[in-house]
Design a protein around this ligand. Structure first.
Ligand code: NAD
Length: 321
């Protein structure tokens, strides 16, 4: 049987894979790719993050984005947003260093960031003109699931290209969903985060009101978790990051606000009603302005606490019964 053309074969270890963006999520994801046997070619503007990943995984660091594009059939981006992805892929000006300068026909860009789906479609079309493929494959599950390689991955784009990249995705995730055409993974991710953000503030308002009514917030969360008001935030965030006052889930409030804006962009571009999404974005943006940059998204509750003049505190064990 004739062998399949080079650019339709799955990309399997020990292939070299470029990994750009080694933050909270990128670091553990790159580590899992290295564990699966891929050769990692890493890059981040933060030199410390780059050094940590190179030391932990044996990843190489090349001198330029162009050389990463030249040496890797597939390059993953795990950057804050689609604008950062665009800069890395196309460069800032005509002479800027960029992946596209090194890509050849058959190269694949896998954007795993939570980017805007409309920008993704535009970027994909620009790459296609040069024979370069693109899929969007954003993730859900946070830092814990990134570390365990159990992320949910929402993959949009040509099914044949996704199949070619599947072994790479499987090294980082447990469930890989095909969402449709290019950009549909990014649309899905934004919608997921809108529903998640709305669930967090709904629970925050409810738990605060219950405490002000005299209930113990730890007890309230336990009851929600055994009842129909349960959601991902009550199950996985309230005890661990909020009532503990740790506020360190590893996903920033700034990124959540970005995702809410993207979700509204999806709603508006499809003329869909988005009353709650509008209110949600307004509330999270207000919290962002009040709390300042760089805080964890679970700290959004502190803004609600301020508005109500009440801090969420579990009752001491002996008085909680
Ligand atoms: P992060 O801010 O921790 O990491 C982003 C990294 O990108 C940083 O190390 C930064 O130095 C680097 N970077 C920024 N611009 C760059 C550029 N032009 N060139 C090279 N490197 C650059 O963010 P994160 O929490 O790892 O999130 C990454 C993406 O994944 C975001 O789109 C986010 O919305 C999404 N996401 C995050 C989580 C989470 O729990 N943290 C979960 C799912 C999805």
């Amino acid at each position: 049987m004739p062998s399949p053309p080079e650019n339709s074969r799955s990309i399997v270890p020990p292939a070299r894979v470029g990994f750009i963006g080694l933050g909270q999520m990128g670091q553990p994801m790159a580590r899992n790719l290295a564990r699966a046997g891929y050769g990692i070619v890493a890059h981040d503007v933060n030199r410390d993050a780059l050094r940590r990943v190179c030391e932990a995984t044996g990843a190489e660091a090349l001198a330029s984005l162009k050389s990463i594009g030249e040496h890797c059939e597939a390059v993953i981006t795990m950057l804050p947003d689609g604008n950062a992805v665009r800069t890395v892929v196309l460069g800032r000006g005509a002479a800027g260093d960029c992946l596209l300068a090194g890509f050849s026909p058959g190269s694949v860009l896998i954007d795993m960031s939570s980017s805007s789906p409309l920008g993704t479609r535009t970027l994909g079309a620009q790459l296609a003109e040069r024979g370069v493929a693109m899929i969007d494959a954003p993730v859900s599950g946070g830092v814990r699931k990134a570390a365990d390689a159990t992320l949910s991955i929402m993959a949009g784009g040509d099914a044949g290209i996704i199949a070619r990249c599947r072994p790479i995705l499987e090294a980082m995730g447990k469930q890989i969903f095909l969402t449709g055409s290019l950009g549909s993974g990014h649309a899905m991710k934004a919608i997921n985060n809108y529903v998640s953000a709305a669930g967090l503030v709904a629970a925050a308002e409810g738990v605060l009101a219950a405490q002000r009514f005299g209930l113990d917030p730890g007890n309230v969360v336990d009851i929600l978790n055994a009842s129909t008001g349960m959601n991902n935030s009550t199950l996985n965030k309230f005890h661990r990051f909020i009532l503990s006052r740790a506020f360190d889930s590893g996903f920033s409030l700034d990124l959540m606000v970005k995702d809410l804006k993207t979700a509204l962009e999806v709603a508006r571009s499809t003329a869909s009603p988005a009353r709650l999404a509008e209110a949600c974005l307004e509330a999270w943006t207000e919290a962002q302005a009040a709390l300042g940059p760089g805080v964890d998204h679970t700290a959004v509750v502190r803004h609600w606490e301020k508005l109500s003049g009440t801090e969420l505190r579990k009752k001491p064990i002996d008085s909680a019964s």
